[in-house]
Design a protein around this ligand. Structure first.
Ligand code: GEK
Length: 246
C-alpha cells in the first residue's frame, strides 16, 4: 500500500453490520491528521492562529497546557512560535495510541525544546502556574456533568491575566439554523471526499461520544467558572473557538 493510502481516513468506507462508539485507538491515530483536515473546517487556520497568538501570550517560567493533545499539533505550533521564551510545555491525552505517536512527532520536529507528554485523563491532572491552557476540540468528549469542574480547575491553575482557548463543535440555538448548518457541514465533508455512507456511519459512531452544546452554554459556563473577556475569536460553520482570560 502506498504511504498516502495508509494515512488516508477510510475507517467508515465499508458498510458495517453494527457501529461501535467512536474510540481514539490505533486505527484512528494512524489517519488522524487527514481525518481532522477533512472533518473540521478551518482546523489548519485555527492551529496557525493559536501559534502566532501564543507568541504574545506565553510567559517565561510559566506552564503551557495542551489538553487532549492527540498528536500534539497545538504543542508543536506553540513551540515553533515561542522560540526564546523559556516556558514548560505539557501535552496530555488519555489515548495511549495518540500519546505514543505524539511523543515521537514532538521529538522529531524540534528535539531541543522538550515538551512533557503525559498519558492521563485531563480530569485527573494538576494545572498550575499556567500562562496558556488550550482545549482544542476536547471538552466535547468530556461528560457534560464534569465540564464545569474542569473549567474551574483550569481557571484556578492560570496565572492572573493568563489565557484559555476553548475550541468546540457547537449546536445552533434553533432548528432552522441547525438544519442549515448540517446541510453545509455535510457538503463540506462530501467535497472533502467522504461518501454518504462514511458521513452517516461516522455520525452514528460519534452520537454518544461527542456531545456538542450551544455557544451561549459555553459562554455562560466560562463566566460561571470565573473567566473574563470571553470572546469568540474564530468560527467556520459549526466549529468555534473562544478565547478568555483569568
Ligand atoms: C488537536 N487537540 O489536534 N482526557 C484526556 N484526553 C481526552 C479525554 C480525557 N478525558 N477525552 C478525550 N480525550 C487536538 C485534537 S481530538 C478532537 C483533539 C477530535 C482526547 C482524545 O483521546 C483525543 O485525542 C482528543 O481528546 C480529541 O488540536 O478528534 O475531534
Amino acid at each position: 500500500m502506498k504511504k498516502d493510502q495508509q494515512t488516508t481516513d477510510r475507517l467508515y468506507t465499508k458498510k458495517l453490520s453494527s457501529i461501535d462508539d467512536f474510540k481514539f485507538d490505533d486505527a484512528v491515530a494512524g489517519v488522524f491528521p487527514d481525518m481532522l483536515k477533512r472533518s473540521i473546517p478551518g482546523y489548519s487556520a485555527l492551529i496557525n492562529l493559536i501559534g502566532t497568538s501564543s507568541r504574545v501570550i506565553v510567559k517565561p517560567d510559566s506552564h503551557v497546557y495542551d489538553l487532549g493533545c492527540s498528536l500534539g499539533a497545538v504543542s508543536s505550533v506553540v513551540r515553533n512560535n515561542c522560540a526564546g521564551i523559556d516556558y514548560n510545555g505539557i501535552a496530555v491525552d488519555s489515548s495511549e495510541a495518540m500519546i505514543n505517536r505524539c511523543q515521537v512527532l514532538l521529538e522529531q520536529n524540534n528535539p531541543e525544546l522538550k515538551i512533557e507528554v503525559v498519558c492521563d485523563d485531563i480530569r485527573n491532572i494538576k494545572i498550575q502556574n499556567a500562562s496558556l491552557v488550550v482545549l482544542n476540540f476536547t471538552l466535547q468528549f468530556i461528560p457534560v456533568e464534569n465540564r464545569m469542574n474542569l473549567l474551574k480547575k483550569i481557571h484556578s491553575g492560570l496565572n492572573p491575566g493568563g489565557y484559555f482557548i476553548l475550541s468546540e463543535k457547537i449546536t445552533s440555538e434553533n432548528k432552522a439554523e441547525q438544519d442549515n448548518i448540517d446541510l453545509l457541514y455535510e457538503n463540506f465533508k462530501r467535497v472533502n471526499g467522504y461518501s454518504e455512507l462514511e458521513i452517516s456511519q461516522k455520525r452514528e459512531a460519534l452520537e454518544n461520544v461527542l456531545i456538542p452544546e450551544t455557544f451561549s452554554t459555553h459562554k455562560n459556563r466560562l463566566a460561571a467558572s470565573g473567566f473574563k473577556n470571553i470572546q469568540k475569536w474564530f468560527q467556520v460553520l459549526n466549529f468555534v473557538s473562544i478565547i478568555a482570560q483569568k
